[in-house]
Design a protein around this ligand. Structure first.
Ligand code: GLC
Length: 557
């Protein structure tokens, strides 16, 4: 028997995460800006899709120069979106529908409008001076370290008033916090404690390597920070003391082997996004060759039992391809974003999946079938479930942060405001609300929405997908990925064809002859022969999932 109770204990290992920005989800009061009250109206939509964990992008007070990732007050709520009362109503309603809520935690930097930074830049002896990282000597050329090379030419900016330079890995209006300063670390703990107390279930931790690996430390604090990872360990310990089931899901875009340090025997991050596998997936799709994806999955380091990979195919930033070689990146660009206006920072794409694959429904579904069948916890970015496109005319990463498309009505049902007042315009072209929207798709049995919902259901009722051990199954076609995941006595087998040509896929499974492979997506069944062999036929871009019944034993589900 499986230890099914573990799935509620480590809920995040079989969760379905859904990331959204309150600002672009639903506007309840017609001012053109999405708000928390609007989101609450749509909690049932998310529950119906099967989402179990909402990830809210930053909703804190902000000058909004990095879409809210520039925070002015870690304890506040952006007035345009609502207030603390609305946050509490949201959390309660989400919980009632079986959904947890996590939120972005920004502890690498603040906005330059944060009162700490305003004080820090006043004078060298201001009590807040050491909340940030200052240097008095001229910095070297750091142009290759700027995260946004289109806007910044380095990571140090000169401040006239005190004639020193401050550190910022991101925009110059986002000064990096000096996490070596114990006072800053105390402040961070208080912020975590505050949101936990309101009922938040954990955090998506922004930009982790920047404040751990590349800490710029001032003076005596450098010694105090001999072990930067202790900072993350302390955060984890604090979080777990306050709320045993709360999680830290880290944004750590570094090579697989380096990610191990951040899991650290289960004492730092619970989960990390698997950026490498995501990038190799696109390379595989571009080449119609399962090789790169398979290699990435097999090269995933072993991680402690208490840790988990979060899988995704799209997030709110550029679709980064920074971990591919230059040649590989150019291959993906050529396949999925050949024009310069589709690319960003020389390393990523501005696009969403459906336009990248020319709207081919077989390929769109193949991508989501992979997302939900590969080992890990799937994370969706809003609008993926209905196949939204992007607005290439929007500035940079804003291309994929367009309003959620609820219906074919005005403004896609997002807001009743005049279009000129909208926080962002809806996608203008063939992927616009008239053609792509939740209302139509929820009524259409064959829609992408219903397909994704079905995948979510299967994923949730087959915890081996989130928890199981992964194995690639031998078969002769390089275009095909055949894999199985096993947890205790439960097995799911999945086959995916990354090419447009049909293939017959012979498999030999390490299970008793006479076992039945029952399809999870349709009504077919196959029985293994005495050697555990079976043949599965795949159409071009086809995919099939099965769970396995041992001989003469039915399985539910
Ligand atoms: C992370 C966020 C990104 C933001 C940056 C600075 O990379 O994902 O959206 O701009 O951090 O906070």
């Amino acid at each position: 028997m499986t230890r099914i109770t573990e799935t509620s204990d480590q809920w995040w290992k079989t969760a379905v995460i859904y990331c959204l920005d309150v600002e672009t989800f639903l506007d309840s009061d017609g001012d053109g800006v999405g708000d928390i009250a609007g989101l609450v109206e749509r909690i049932d939509y998310l529950a119906e899709l099967g989402v179990t964990c909402l990830w809210l992008m930053p909703f804190y007070p902000t000058p909004d120069r990095d879409d809210g990732y520039d925070v002015m007050d870690f304890y506040g709520v952006d007035q345009r979106l609502g207030n603390h009362g609305d946050v509490v109503e949201l959390i309660r309603t989400a919980k009632d529908r079986g959904m947890r809520v996590i939120t972005d935690l920004l502890i690498n930097h603040t906005s330059d409008q944060h009162p700490w930074f305003k004080a820090s830049r006043k004078s060298k002896d201001n009590p807040f001076r050491d909340y940030y990282v200052w240097r008095s000597d001229t910095p070297p050329d750091t142009s290759d370290m700027a995260v946004f090379p289109d806007k910044e030419d380095g990571i140090w900016t000169y401040d006239e008033r005190t004639e020193e330079w401050y550190l910022h890995h991101f925009y110059s209006h986002q000064p990096d916090l000096n996490v070596a300063n114990p006072k800053v670390r105390d402040e961070i703990m208080k912020v975590i404690g505050f949101w936990l107390e309101l009922g938040i279930d954990g955090f998506r931790v922004d930009a982790v390597p920047f404040f751990l690996e590349d800490v710029g430390m001032s003076g005596q604090d450098a010694d105090a920070m001999a072990e930067p990872h202790d900072h993350l360990k302390n955060i984890r310990a604090f979080l777990s003391r306050r709320r045993g089931d709360a999680i830290l899901l880290g944004e750590v875009n570094v090579p697989h082997e380096e990610q191990v340090k951040y899991f650290a025997d289960g004492q730092q991050l619970h989960m990390m996004f698997d950026f490498v596998t995501m990038q190799k997936l696109y390379l595989s799709l571009a080449r119609a060759d399962a090789g790169p994806l398979t290699e990435a999955l097999l090269a995933r380091p072993q991680i402690p039992e208490d840790c988990q990979w979060a899988t995704f195919v799209r997030n709110h930033d550029e679709l980064t391809l920074d971990k591919l070689t230059e040649e590989e990146r150019q291959e993906v660009f050529a396949a999925f974003g050949p024009e310069e206006r589709m690319q960003l920072y020389g390393r990523g794409l501005k696009r969403r999946v459906p336009p990248m694959v020319d709207g081919d429904p077989r390929r769109v579904r193949l991508v989501y079938s992979l997302l939900f069948s590969l080992p890990g916890t799937p994370s969706l970015f809003y609008g993926e479930e209905i196949g939204m496109g992007e607005d290439l005319e929007a500035e940079g990463r804003m291309a994929v942060r367009t309003p959620m498309q609820w219906s074919p009505e005005k403004n896609g049902g997002f807001s009743t405001a005049p279009p000129s007042k909208l926080v962002a315009r809806p996608v203008p072209d063939g992927y616009g609300p008239q053609f792509v929207n939740a209302w139509d798709q929820m009524r259409d049995h064959d829609s992408l929405w219903n397909f994704v919902r079905h995948l979510v259901q299967i994923y949730r009722s087959h915890p081996e997908l989130g928890r199981g051990s992964f194995q690639v199954l031998d078969q002769p076609h390089p275009e095909v990925l055949a894999h199985c995941v096993t947890w205790e006595d439960r097995i799911v087998v999945a086959v995916h064809n990354l090419s447009g040509d049909a293939h017959a896929v012979p498999l030999r499974l390490d299970i008793p002859g006479g076992s039945v492979l029952e399809s999870l997506l349709s009504r077919e069944e196959h029985e293994t022969d005495d050697d555990g062999a079976v043949q599965l036929d795949l159409d071009g871009y086809g995919y099939r999932w099965f769970h396995v019944h041992p001989p003469h034993k039915l399985r539910l589900p």
